[in-house]
Ligand binder design. Structure first.
Ligand SMILES: O=C([C@H](O)CO)[C@H](O)[C@H](O)COP(=O)(O)O
Length: 213
């Protein structure tokens, strides 16, 4: 089980500062959609240049022109690129094909998908590297989470790795770990803390030990 740090509410220097602080405890750093919308793919480029040994995920949430978008994010230095599960199958195929060609990975984000089970099985067949259940900020505000959705996709996904994102914090991590995703994505659960390093360390230890430490 790997840990991905999501950076959403920072600028480029802010992103680099946080990774300097917690980098030793994370496996993947996500340049979040709000950062890319604000700063462009330069954010991916600069973070990858600063931390060449860390895998960088570009959360571009592709919906169309998938091969082209994957190419751009990859050229900026992304190792993993996101596409929305609601995109056309041909877009998913295009993203997967381009990523394979470039030696990159595709994470498909299930945000706002209603029939999680059917779509996850389809995405698995389409060759997604990761399938990620995700409660976005707007539903988190309504008290929702994706724990049940994770169990659902795990029951149908055979080839892809599974991931979970959205409001995960120390207090809810044990339930996430119990469901055994391959990748746990944490943003605010680390970045909102005064002592980010301690939070990341504790989360990493729990993930490594598979339980509360
Ligand atoms: O993808 C995300 C969200 O849609 C904003 O772009 C976040 O990176 C994801 O939800 C993880 O962040 P937290 O919810 O703060 O853990």
């Amino acid at each position: 089980m790997k840990l991905q740090l999501a950076l959403d509410l920072v600028d480029i220097p802010g992103a680099i500062e946080v990774v300097k602080e917690v980098g030793e405890y994370i496996d993947i750093v996500e340049i979040g959609t709000p950062v890319i919308n604000k700063e462009g793919l330069a954010a991916v480029k600069e973070v990858k240049a600063a931390f060449p040994d860390l895998d960088v995920l570009a959360d571009v949430k592709i919906m169309d022109a998938a091969g082209y978008e994957v190419g751009n994010a990859s050229a900026a230095g992304a190792d993993i690129v996101t596409i929305l599960a609601q995109a056309e199958d041909s877009s998913i195929r295009g993203a997967v094909e381009e990523a394979k060609k470039l030696g990159k990975k595709i994470l498909v984000d299930m945000i706002a998908v209603k029939d999680i089970k059917t779509r996850a099985a389809e995405l698995d067949q389409l060759g997604a590297d990761y399938i990620c259940v995700h409660t976005g900020y707007d539903l988190q505000a309504e008290g929702k989470d994706s724990f049940e959705d994770l169990r659902t996709i795990k029951s149908v996904v055979k080839n892809a790795k599974t991931a979970i994102a959205g409001g995960i914090k120390l207090e809810t991590l044990a339930e996430v770990i119990q469901a055994q995703p391959d990748l746990v994505i944490v943003g605010g659960g680390i970045t909102s803390k005064v002592d980010k390093k301690a939070a990341a360390q504790q989360i990493k230890q729990m993930i490594q030990h598979g339980a509360v430490v």
